[in-house]
Design a protein around this ligand. Structure first.
Ligand SMILES: Cc1cc2nc3c(=O)[nH]c(=O)nc-3n(C[C@H](O)[C@H](O)[C@H](O)COP(=O)(O)OP(=O)(O)OC[C@H]3O[C@@H](n4cnc5c(N)ncnc54)[C@H](O)[C@@H]3O)c2cc1C
Length: 539
């Protein structure tokens, strides 16, 4: 058993910033566990930037308004105001930590524009913003003696009152989190990491449940599944954002072609050369919010039977293209596409989960001592659709608030008294022999979600998906109980459960709103305007 004061699951922007903010306020011992290398996260792949009001000609009200418009009536106003009002200070915090953002010749920050924003307010580091944020945060962490990072450690399950040996003597009415069971992938042993003060869930999103996704392999919905099993409230999982423009092709692996490319003047055309966005959003064209552009592309692909559409920036100056999008330029060039001369073949791909573990504005969940921040959390900021570049900002704003909350409450309350927790029990399990089962189920879930629970949905297809997922979840649970755990098996188990939550939420929403579009209820129902689809195991 490893003992720490604060246990953080995940080393993306939310987990790392939280660690730094706790370390700045307390002397607590902090342990970050992360399932692969420390930098491997969605954060590391973020390209476009971070939205924040840092220009006198822009206004906080305008950023709030844009966020609410994108959120299609479901945003929590208090959460949006907090995000936008505290955003500029969090950007300054990042710069103080050493993050370098792109500047104009005059030395002023270069502010980009993205779909749905009514002003230039995207702070970025060329088209590798996430990498720079991750680098700066990891560098700052390396200087802290109180923060330890355990790579190749996979969090399996949150430890709550259920795993207490003195279960009957428990005094809390509210369930409480005491740490996690963690698979050390190097020793292949499952360890208990107990947290005396609190656990932060910062495990990111779940893009891997879909066949096409911009997310790296780590995004298997582990935190959402773990939290749900532990009794946390999960909400709005039907709102999966599909990025309209991922590079098309077998080798391309849904590499993201950032929103900023459209912001810089990129034009979308179908293979017949028609600039089709004029038929879907006459005013905003390519700069309409992501859901509108993604649905437009989906409709064009279905209508013409084409495998992709084209995104063209070859009319811009080549030097500008290379300077603003060095990463996209070189990645496409390696695949034989010169974006300064020819259009880029693109398709939509699963990109971001607006739903997740329900938290208040301090990152607190309904389980005592369990915080959640970043993409795994549902703060109410995004509502039914996330405005571009609001997610990195959300991870910073709310993890700082969680750190402040933890620092105040850890001073006020004593640490958890010594409690005894059940050891991980692997008796009766055997090594996995049928690897094909895991691989097959993984592929089946991704295809099923893409075909039945994608950009355009119907009750018939959702019900088909539910039937199959219910069976897959049952089969995986029974396989899991008799098999020694490995990372692929654990990820598959979490993916199946997360996919099930997406489908259950989608079936509950009997209207089309934001990212959730169903042909059976094509209109928005004003009576559902403030209704989040909350799913709770104990209900
Ligand atoms: C290609 C791409 C481009 C994007 N561009 C932008 C952008 O321009 N602007 C913007 O605001 N947002 C962007 N986003 C979204 C944004 O990057 C993410 O929402 C944000 O980085 C999430 O941060 P996070 O810390 O919550 O999660 P992540 O950065 O994903 O970190 C999650 C961490 O948890 C770890 N983890 C997961 N499960 C476990 C487990 N079981 N045990 C241990 N560790 C675990 C992972 O290994 C990882 O370290 C983009 C996303 C992608 C994929």
């Amino acid at each position: 058993m490893i003992e720490t004061d604060v246990l953080i699951l995940g080393s993306g922007s939310a987990g790392l910033f939280f660690a730094l903010e706790v370390a700045a306020r307390t002397k607590l011992r902090i342990t970050i566990v992360t399932k692969k290398e420390r930098y491997e996260s969605n954060t590391n792949y973020a390209q476009g930037g971070i939205a924040s009001v840092l220009n006198a000609t822009d206004s906080l009200d305008s950023h709030i308004q844009d966020t609410i418009v994108a959120g299609a009536g479901l945003c929590n106003l208090g959460a949006v105001e907090t995000l936008v009002n505290e955003g500029p200070d969090r950007i300054r915090d990042l710069m103080k930590l050493g993050a370098k953002f792109t500047r104009e010749k005059s030395g002023k920050l270069h502010l980009g524009k993205e779909g749905g924003h009514s002003a230039n307010r995207i702070i970025h580091s060329h088209d590798l913003t996430g990498k720079e944020v991750e680098r700066a945060l990891l560098h700052a962490i390396s200087k802290h003696k109180n923060i330890k990072i355990l790579e190749d450690h996979f969090a399996i399950e949150l430890l709550t009152d259920h795993q207490r040996l003195d279960h009957k003597k428990k005094v809390h009415h509210k369930p409480r989190c005491y740490g996690a069971y963690v698979l050390n992938e190097r020793s292949e042993k499952v360890e208990i990491i107990s947290a005396n003060v609190a656990v932060m869930l910062a495990t990111g999103g779940c893009g891997q449940v879909y066949l096409h996704t911009t997310n790296p392999m780590i995004a298997t919905g582990d935190g959402i599944a773990m939290a749900y099993r532990a009794g946390a409230k999960i909400a709005n999982m039907e709102f999966i954002q599909f990025h309209p423009t991922a590079l098309y092709g077998e080798v391309a692996k849904s590499f993201l072609i950032s929103e900023a490319v459209r912001g810089a003047g990129g034009i979308l055309k179908n293979l017949d050369g028609d600039r089709f966005m004029k038929r879907y959003d006459r005013e905003r064209l390519e700069l309409a919010p992501r859901d509108i552009v993604a649905r437009a592309i989906d409709a064009e692909l279905k209508k013409h039977g084409h495998p992709y559409v084209l995104l063209d920036i070859s009319h811009l100056r080549p030097s500008k293209v290379k300077k603003e999008f060095p990463n996209i330029y070189s990645h496409c060039k390696e695949l034989g596409i010169d974006i300064t001369k020819e259009a880029i073949p693109v398709v939509p791909a699963a990109h971001y989960s607006c739903g997740g573990v329900v938290t208040d504005l301090n990152g607190k969940t309904n389980i005592d001592s369990l915080y959640a921040c970043g993409e795994v959390a549902m703060t109410g900021v995004h509502g039914a659709n996330r405005l571009a570049s609001n997610s990195l900002l959300e991870s910073l704003v709310f993890s700082k608030r969680a750190a402040e909350d933890l620092a105040t409450s850890s001073k006020a309350t004593s640490k958890h008294r010594q409690i005894r927790l059940q050891e991980w029990d692997e008796s009766g399990t055997e090594n996995a022999e049928e690897w094909v089962v895991i691989e097959h189920d993984w592929r089946e879930i991704q295809h099923l979600m893409w075909d039945y629970v994608g950009i355009v949905r119907s009750t018939y297809r959702l019900k088909r998906a539910k039937l199959r997922l219910d069976l897959i979840v049952k089969e995986i649970e029974s396989y899991y109980r008799k098999t020694r755990v490995t990372m692929p098996l654990l990820e598959l188990r979490n993916m199946a459960m997360t996919a099930q939550l997406v489908v259950r939420s989608a079936l509950l929403r009997k209207e089309s709103r934001g990212l959730h579009y169903t042909t059976d209820y094509p209109k928005t129902n004003p009576k559902l305007a403030t209704k989040n689809t909350i799913i709770h195991k104990n209900d």
